[in-house]
Design a protein around this ligand. Structure first.
Ligand code: SAM
Length: 403
């Protein structure tokens, strides 16, 4: 998360440690979009036709055809999944769990897996606005796959590994009073309701939107919402134009396939004079915790499971720059900065429990072996109770729609 040259500057630099072992997935460029468009839709159409044929005659030549199709669909999933057609063939061994079977050449291939890969590719193309979503038949597997970032396991531990301190909550209460009071408010990427719980009671009406059923269900279970959130894509909001006074966002745009599409949708639904408020959390992890992460990533790489692709780097800066280029400025403000105490055990558990979307995609045995080795290497095994200090801050970036 970065404040960028596009908006007015706020005090404080980006404290995130730079870990060269991460691969930051690039955002789509015009060229990569065109590259993907040149071959994937045709492949999908041909595969669908072939699949209908092959499933009818699943004997004899059928399996060979399925295997060929598997290899080509694997290319398509990789190209779309890694957000960059250019990296084809160099994909790290991490695919959405639902698609690992595509890469396991020795295991039998099922027509269902191929059908869900085809469906996923269509969905992804439509979310990138490369094909018209209305032309796509809804498929059963789509929901499960769309939830892959924030699926059930991650949703159930999300709140535990994102403790919200009293200082953070105080910022939200102030924001609720200053920005949300008496307004029609929409929060994109509402998750388990951490922000909504505090802000929504001040609003006239509040609507939370999130693409993950699992996160919404977790929030409902915990009673974290005010009103009922809806499950929808921030890049295609099912909300009328100019119908909202305030759009709130915290750590959601960076997870979108294309953050600028989410930005465009948020601006579309705002009334004249309405405001988009993006909250940006920053954390300066204690040195011991960032050494652990770095060593863990080295150990993953040593076991053939790295570098690990991370989404979203630079999303805030890109959004700020885009806003400036369209004549809409954004104003940054540091709301507060503080320190939080955590034990080293918290950071270890956070990795062990796979509390980040990218960790959900690693083979669990490899991940645990890498963590064990990292702790051994750094001599951290007996230090779980050690108390560490983490620096945190919260900023708001506000964009106002002209009257
Ligand atoms: C890090 S969580 C943040 C949740 C919440 N804003 C908070 O601060 O607790 C990111 C959320 O963005 C949601 N998300 C990811 N992609 C989305 C999309 N395309 N449309 C709507 N929500 C999305 C995820 O499901 C997840 O709940």
């Amino acid at each position: 998360m970065e404040g960028g040259p596009g908006g007015k500057s706020v005090n404080g630099s980006d404290p995130a440690p730079s870990l060269s072992l991460f691969t930051y997935v690039p955002f789509w460029t015009h060229d990569t979009l065109q590259g993907v468009l040149a071959w994937i839709p045709d492949l999908l159409i041909a595969s669908e036709a072939q699949l209908r044929d092959v499933t009818a005659v699943l004997s004899g030549q059928g399996h060979r055809q399925l295997d060929l199709m598997r290899a080509r669909l694997l290319d398509a999933v990789h190209a779309l999944y890694l957000h960059d057609g250019a990296t084809l063939g160099e994909a790290p061994p991490i695919l959405p769990p639902a698609f690992r079977g595509l890469a396991e050449i020795d295991s039998p291939i099922s027509p269902d897996l191929l059908a869900s890969a085809i469906a996923w590719c269509w969905t992804k193309l439509s979310r990138l606005r490369l094909v018209d979503r209305r032309l796509i038949q809804p498929v059963q597997s789509e929901v499960a796959i769309e939830n892959a970032y924030y699926e059930q396991v991650l949703a159930s531990i999300y709140n535990h590994f994102r403790p919200r301190s009293a200082r953070f909550q105080a910022c939200l209460r102030r924001l609720a009073m200053e920005e949300a009071r008496g307004k029609d408010v929409l929060e994109v990427g509402v998750g388990t309701g951490g922000i909504a719980t505090v802000v929504a009671p001040s609003a006239r009406r509040f609507l939370g939107v999130d693409v993950s059923h699992a996160m919404i269900a977790e929030g409902m279970r915990e009673g974290g919402y005010f009103g009922v959130p809806i499950c929808a894509d921030a890049m295609q909001l099912p909300v009328r134009e100019a119908s909202v006074d305030l759009v709130l966002e915290h750590e959601a745009f960076c997870f979108l396939d294309e953050p600028l599409l989410g930005l465009g949708e948020s601006l579309r639904v705002l009334r004249p004079g309405g405001r988009l408020v993006r909250l940006v959390s920053r954390a300066r992890e204690p040195e011991m915790a960032s050494s652990l992460t770095a060593q863990f990533h080295r150990e993953l790489a040593r076991r053939g499971a790295g570098p690990v692709p991370i989404w979203g780097k630079g999303a805030d800066q890109r959004i700020n720059e885009h806003l400036v280029s369209t004549g809409l400025d954004s104003t940054g403000r540091k709301l507060d900065s503080w320190v939080e105490q955590r034990t080293l055990g918290f950071y270890i558990d956070r990795i062990a429990n796979r509390a980040f979307p990218y960790l959900q995609r690693l083979p669990v045995e490899v991940m645990h072996a890498a963590l064990e080795a990292a702790m051994q290497e750094l001599g951290l095994k007996d230090q779980c109770q050690r108390r560490l200090t983490e620096g945190r801050s919260l900023e708001s970036w506000t964009t106002e729609i002209p009257e």
